[in-house]
Design a protein around this ligand. Structure first.
Ligand code: ASP
Length: 293
């Protein structure tokens, strides 16, 4: 298989998919292609869980998390709890490129963005302010109302893998709460020698099973991308049962070394869709529902 491929989470994955196809057409690297996909969703105010137009936390502040990883070099970067900066996926790449660190948070990440020429911008729109206010009275802190990360995984014609994820996390989350997305190994992990994996859904449960790293290690041992995703979904069910908790909605995506894609989700209610690109072709799929471990 020597055409570039990608997989992006949720119905808005189509927005990412179009940008990924364009980026590959322009000869961008697989890492830059997946970041272009993530950024297209960050820029779309109709997506209320990513970037500009994301919903606020319990005090109405939009706080973004993002990560990127290059499967060839294992270079990775992430930012968490970032306010007033829109393009946090590309900022995560700059952390990997320009610092000896992997994760910058809050004010430090914002300072780093300003030093690198990122504009300070409000991430609120009139629509999200109205939506936040309309539902705020019925929200209890830390009971998520909406969420959904765009996670984009790609493979170029040479078999190099990369991934990017970006999110405003759980709406009405506690100030300071960070999800799985910027935690390398939980929301994202990529290794050319094994596979690429990412996650979306209730981040606490993804962190608990170190979801993306778990899937990549399954692929390293020879499992296909689809098998790895289903095993991660089962892992969530096993963990929830052991803890006496009701399973929550978590979805997993992956690409294996052979270029097969996989996806699985833990509940029917999540209605998990994803976009796949192969060369110039874009197709939407429904994730396989795995309801027990
Ligand atoms: N995983 C994200 C978080 O917990 C939210 C999501 O993808 O639905 O912040």
């Amino acid at each position: 298989m020597n055409e570039p491929i990608s997989i992006s989470t949720w119905s808005f994955g189509i927005i990412a998919a179009r940008a990924v196809v364009k980026a590959f057409r322009e000869g961008k690297s697989v890492l830059d292609a997946v970041i272009a996909g993530a950024q297209a969703v960050e820029d779309d105010p109709s997506v209320t869980s990513v970037g500009y137009g994301g919903l606020g936390n319990s005090i109405g502040t939009v706080s973004l998390d993002a990560a990127v990883m290059d499967g060839k070099t294992l270079d990775c970067g992430a930012v968490a709890g970032v306010e007033n900066i829109r393009h946090v996926a590309s900022l995560a790449k700059l952390v990997a490129e320009k610092t000896p660190h992997i994760l910058l948070v809050g004010k430090g990440a914002e300072w780093f963005a300003l030093q690198n020429g990122y504009p300070l911008q409000t991430l609120l729109t009139p629509e999200t302010v109205a939506l936040w206010e309309k539902n705020a009275h019925q929200m209890k802190v830390a009971e998520p109302w909406t969420h959904d990360t765009v996670t984009v995984l790609g493979r170029d014609a040479q078999g190099n893998l990369a991934g990017a994820c970006t999110t405003s996390g759980l709406s009405y989350k506690l100030p300071g709460r960070v999800g799985d997305s910027p935690i390398i190994g939980s929301g994202l992990y990529v290794d050319n020698e094994a596979g690429a994996a990412g996650a979306t859904g209730v981040g606490e449960e993804i962190i608990r099973i170190v979801g993306a790293q778990f899937m990549v290690e399954q692929m390293r041992q020879g499992k296909t991308a689809q098998e790895a995703c289903e095993l991660a979904a089962k892992r969530h069910h096993i963990t929830a049962k052991r803890r006496g908790k009701t399973p929550v909605s978590v979805a997993f995506i992956a690409i294996d070394r052979e270029g097969s894609v996989g996806a699985a989700v833990t509940t029917h209610s999540a209605q998990f869709q994803y976009a796949v690109t192969r060369g110039e072709q874009i197709e939407m799929f429904q994730g396989k529902v795995v309801i027990e471990g």
